[in-house]
Design a protein around this ligand. Structure first.
Ligand SMILES: *Cc1c(COP(=O)(O)O)cnc(C)c1O
Length: 438
């Protein structure tokens, strides 16, 4: 099925109790067991079924199956937020003394998690410029657990060379994790070697700025036994007995080598299964069923919205590039972008985030935020409304000029997160706000 079709059908069959055409909202905490034996097999993970909404929910299940289908993943686990998805991905395969390799060009929340919070757990981040294979190689050691990047990296709009990074990760026997929040539909990371894909559903997938959520999609293709990469024993989480399930081995319990993709690759859902049955069970950041239901409404129009957002963004970026009040424009769909070649190679639509430099620097930037009328001053992206932000006077105001430049936030930098309005109206708002501010 094509993505437009999957967006409205995948993961759902009309239930015979109600014949409801749309996906019902199961706003419930717990589910009845057919018998004591049924309860026992569910708790032993011998049969799939509903127990308690912290672990699974039928509305959330449709969301997980639908997004998995659209991204070519084997399965997925939806969570309370994008940050919860990133945190549980990390905790699933790291412990004190281990590290991950990450690009520094990432979302602020993830950057804080990596710089500060996980340090207290004894987990380290080796930062590397992922456009440089030598730097990636040098950052990997025996304790490295995965390589992490964003598909259109924040705030520099960088598009990595996914296939190059995946090749290095797999050569070292470690998975490649991609946060694809900023390019849903635009990029299918699993087709380019990603093993685990993360989304903040809060952004484009929800699409209306109404709800918080995240999801971890598991391609099922990473070989946790390490046989394929010559690194056996590297991921005991999945290949050694788990004491919290009476010595069950995740990889073996969930099918071992028995399931195969069309191309012959072994598929095993151990990564996602362990997230759900250990981490979500113990730590609890579950998604509210109502939010899952709202995200399903978002998914149904995602392909339409994505095309419109990308078309409008390209138009705005081209207009800004010619504007006398603008000193530079950063959009991956412009030939002037350092990421243009990768964007052309990998993306279908260049995304909804435009960075530009306003003439007059920090003072003009502040004025611009008060002069916009249609666009709103909000630090969010992926809303139906167009949002603008000036990081130097808000989220990044504590940083010095040198620190600002190091993280790609110059004092004149304005970010537009393009919404669903008509491009003409956005351009006329930009035009009047720029004239009044510079
Ligand atoms: C917003 C965002 C997150 C965090 O998601 P929340 O749902 O806000 O927790 C992670 N990664 C990227 C790229 C984001 O834009």
């Amino acid at each position: 099925m094509q993505k437009d079709t999957q967006a409205v059908h995948a993961g759902h069959t009309v239930d015979k109790d109600t014949n409801s055409r749309t996906v019902p909202l199961y706003q419930t905490s717990a589910f009845t067991f057919d018998s004591p034996e049924h309860a026992s097999t569910l708790f032993k993970l011998e049969t799939p079924g509903n127990i308690y909404t912290r672990l699974m929910n039928p509305t959330t299940d449709v969301l997980e199956k639908r997004l998995s289908a659209m991204d070519g993943a084997l399965c997925g686990v939806a969570l309370a937020s994008g940050q919860a998805a990133i945190t549980l991905t990390l905790l699933n395969v790291t412990q004190a003394g281990q590290n991950i390799v990450s690009s520094p060009a990432i979302y602020g929340g993830t950057s804080n998690l990596y710089h500060h919070t996980i340090k207290r757990l004894g987990i380290d981040v080796h930062w590397a410029d992922l456009s440089k294979p030598d730097e990636i190689e040098a950052a990997i050691d025996d304790n490295t657990r995965f390589i992490y990047c964003e598909s259109i990296g924040n705030p520099k709009n960088e598009v990595p060379d996914f296939e190059m990074i995946a090749e290095i990760a797999h050569r070292h026997g470690i998975p490649f994790v991609v946060d694809n929040t900023c390019a849903p539909i635009g990029l299918v990371p699993i087709e380019h070697g990603a093993d685990i894909v993360i989304y903040s559903l809060t952004k484009y997938i929800g699409g209306h700025g109404t709800s918080m959520g995240g999801i971890i999609l598991d391609s099922g293709r990473f070989d946790w036994t390490g046989k394929k990469y010559g690194t056996p024993g590297k991921f005991p989480e999945f290949t050694q007995p788990d004491p919290s399930y009476h010595g069950m081995v995740f990889y073996d319990h969930f099918g071992g080598d028995s399931m195969k993709a069309d191309d012959g690759t072994i598929l095993n859902p151990a990564f996602a299964a362990r997230i759900r049955t250990c981490l979500l069970r113990d730590m609890g950041p579950c998604i509210a069923p109502f939010n899952s239901w709202l995200f399903i409404q978002g998914v149904e129009t995602l392909t339409l919205r994505w095309k419109k957002i990308c078309d409008t963004s390209l138009q705005l970026a081209q207009w800004l590039e010619k504007n006398p009040n603008v000193s530079w424009v950063n959009y991956p769909g412009l030939p002037s972008s350092p990421s243009y070649a990768n964007a052309k190679k990998y993306l279908n639509g260049y995304g909804g985030i435009i960075g530009f430099g306003i003439k007059g620097g920090i003072e003009s930037g502040k004025k611009f935020l008060t002069n916009v009328q249609l666009m709103s001053h909000v630090t969010n992206i992926g809303d139906s409304h167009t949002l603008v932000a000036h990081p130097a006077s808000t989220t990044h105001q504590q940083l010095s000029e040198t620190e600002l430049i190091a993280c790609g936030v110059s004092s004149d930098f304005i970010r537009i997160a393009v919404g669903l309005e008509a491009p003409e109206d956005l351009i006329s708002d930009l035009d009047q706000a720029l004239r009044a501010s510079v």
